[in-house]
Design a protein around this ligand. Structure first.
Ligand SMILES: [Fe+2]
Ligand SMILES: [Fe+2]
Length: 347
């Protein structure tokens, strides 16, 4: 018998409605907005209130002619190094956001990832604007003229070659690793970032830089809080296998992030032998210009303190910490076990 229209106007098939086909997963459908962690929902709401606009920093006060060409180059170089990290943030977290939709993470997790994506876009814009003001055409679309300029241009080219390798590895890792593994790496990056910007905000002599670093540092602390809240949910169910993956990832995080926090150790960075010597000369120029770049020893101390905090956090969950002899930190030796293609931390 054909379906009969009802008095209500509805058409109800005989034998009841047909169930919609099951949606193959992972998929962003079916839609739902589950809230399990109120704290994350609150952080997301707060993040909207604390939003800021890099375009509104006092850019007029940044007068390139107040610096020597070498200082301007040094600062451009530093922002180009930072961009290797902070400008990968939007793409990294956009992909993590999509992943969180596909795996049906609770709604506040997806929203928090989105807010980190938004913040990282602002951090990227800071790199973009600072570079445009100090060195038009930077990081790479300009023709160097002096040896110092050639050294800077060449080093930046090598840095971005490594950034490209990181992206290729990350793109594979994001689908492969579970949330706790990804998030321990993210947590390490956020701890590193909040430590770096806190240090630089207090060291910067130009008001635009201290304001910029203060604002970025505040965002990074919020990202850290997001990571910690997610990890608090995830850690109780860890298996030993995941624990040992995390130990290796912590060492990988140290290797990757040291480029901006300190100096690049062996193990991931594919760089020419002269890179580090020239990197130091350029960093000295940026430091000299008042950007707030800490000294080599201050950077090491700062990084050691950040790592000590990470160590306390992960050891609470029975995760062994990797040895970091570069900073006199002892732990499990996993140095032979680091796959440079699997580096996942992000700022
Ligand atoms: Fe950032
Ligand atoms: Fe961040």
């Amino acid at each position: 018998m054909p379906d009969q229209p009802q008095a209500s106007g509805l058409t109800i098939p005989e034998g009841g409605f047909w169930p919609a086909p099951e949606i193959p997963q992972p998929n962003i459908y079916p839609m739902e907005w589950r809230v399990e962690t109120e704290k994350l929902a609150a952080i997301y709401q707060k993040s909207k209130e604390l939003t800021w606009n890099p375009a509104h920093l006092p850019w007029d006060s940044l007068r390139p002619d107040e610096f020597t060409p070498a200082q301007r180059l040094g600062m451009m170089y530093w922002f180009s190094v930072l961009a290797n990290f902070d400008a990968s943030g939007p793409a990294v977290f956009a992909r993590a956001t999509i992943r969180a939709f596909e795996t049906h993470e609770e709604d506040p997790v997806r929203k928090c990832f989105f807010s980190i994506t938004r913040d990282e876009m602002n951090h990227e814009e800071c790199c973009q604007r600072a570079i445009a003001a100090l060195w038009p055409g930077g990081p790479l679309s300009w023709t160097p003229d002096t040896d110092l300029e050639r050294a800077a241009h060449n080093n930046i080219g090598w840095l971005y070659h490594n950034g490209g390798r990181y992206w290729a590895g990350y793109s594979r890792a994001v689908g492969k690793y579970s949330l706790p593994v990804l998030f321990t790496s993210f947590m390490m990056g956020e701890m590193a970032a909040s430590t770096l910007f806190r240090g630089m905000a207090s060291g910067a002599r130009h008001p635009i830089f201290s304001e910029m670093f203060k604002k970025i540092g505040r965002d990074e602390s919020r990202h850290l809080q997001i990571c910690m809240t997610i990890l608090d949910n995830e850690w109780p169910g860890l298996t030993d296998e995941v624990r040992s993956t995390i130990t290796r990832q912590l060492r990988a995080g140290f290797i990757f992030l040291s480029m901006i926090l300190w100096e690049p150790p062996d193990g991931f960075w594919d760089l020419p032998p002269y890179f580090l010597a020239n990197h130091r000369v350029l960093m000295d120029q940026a430091r000299d210009a008042g950007l707030g770049v800490l000294s080599y020893t201050e950077q090491a101390d700062n990084w050691r303190q950040a790592i000590a905090k990470i160590r306390v956090i992960v050891q609470r969950w029975g995760i062994e910490f990797p040895a970091i002899p570069e900073l006199d930190i002892d732990g499990v030796d996993v140095s032979d076990d680091i796959d440079p293609e699997n580096i996942i931390p992000v700022f």
